[in-house]
Design a protein around this ligand. Sequence first.
Ligand SMILES: NC(=O)c1ccc[n+]([C@@H]2O[C@H](COP(=O)([O-])OP(=O)(O)OC[C@H]3O[C@@H](n4cnc5c(N)ncnc54)[C@H](O)[C@@H]3O)[C@@H](O)[C@H]2O)c1
Length: 264
Amino acid sequence: MTPQLLLIGYGAIAGEVKRAAVETGLFSIGAVLVRPERHEAVQRDLDVPVIGDLADLQFRPALAAECASHEAVRAYGPVLLRRGIDVVVTSIGALSDDALHEELHSAARQGGAQLVLPAGAIPGVDAISAARFGGLEKVSYTSRKPPGAWKGTPAEQVADLDNLREAVVHYTGSARAAARDYPKNANVAATVALAGLGFDLTEVRMIADPDVSENIHEISVSGGFGTMELSIKGRPLPSNPKTSSLAAYSAIRAIVNKLGPVAV
Ligand SMILES: NC(=O)c1ccc[n+]([C@@H]2O[C@H](COP(=O)([O-])OP(=O)(O)OC[C@H]3O[C@@H](n4cnc5c(N)ncnc54)[C@H](O)[C@@H]3O)[C@@H](O)[C@H]2O)c1
């Protein structure tokens, strides 16, 4: 029997994970945990148990994958880790809360389990994280998006997003303040921070640029290893235009690396 995954959330990323389970045959979905109001609709689409709480889980999963929200990381991450179940987290921005971060660490230690943080929408997280061990001097991250992508964020107070003619830098500061003030855009900044210099020393810039149509992530790192410049224009998932497709593929990679015969 293939290893069984507990999926938390059933949105865009989880849908890709389900597809990969079928296509790779390396793991299967053992159960899906969703909010009560989604229960019926999700059960119609799946022939595995759909549950509303960990108390309803009828088996011990080989791995859990959170593909839901900050709130889900808080509600289920520590419990699963304490039970000795490894957890892949996609809502990495949740870890900008030091108290939750520490709770997850101590739960993982208590349970002898691992919290797995995939690279998500960006390249080079393996290199940044490795470079740490030779000492890092500077890590900066720039998020460049079309003006409309910043609607509903504090960028609206800095720039007239409907009438921009040139790029405007609407945020410069630490990854910690970025995660606090732009929670819906926090995942990438948080991932860069956790891989490298931490939330307080990672420099973040956010740019509303009328000349781009994609979401562009640029990362610049220097340290004992040398220097590195990374850039990616991510294509979104059709099922959720706010989510880069690479974030879903990166979650699948983390699952396959944990449950498959080879990790690459
Ligand atoms: N790490 C990265 O680079 C990266 C990139 C994109 C998205 N993300 C994050 O990944 C997560 C999933 O993204 P998505 O595109 O699949 O989102 P989505 O909105 O398409 O799907 C999320 C699903 O999870 C469900 N959900 C939310 N909270 C829940 C809870 N407490 N219990 C059960 N179900 C819950 C929602 O109802 C929804 O169906 C989001 O938090 C998003 O911010 C991370």
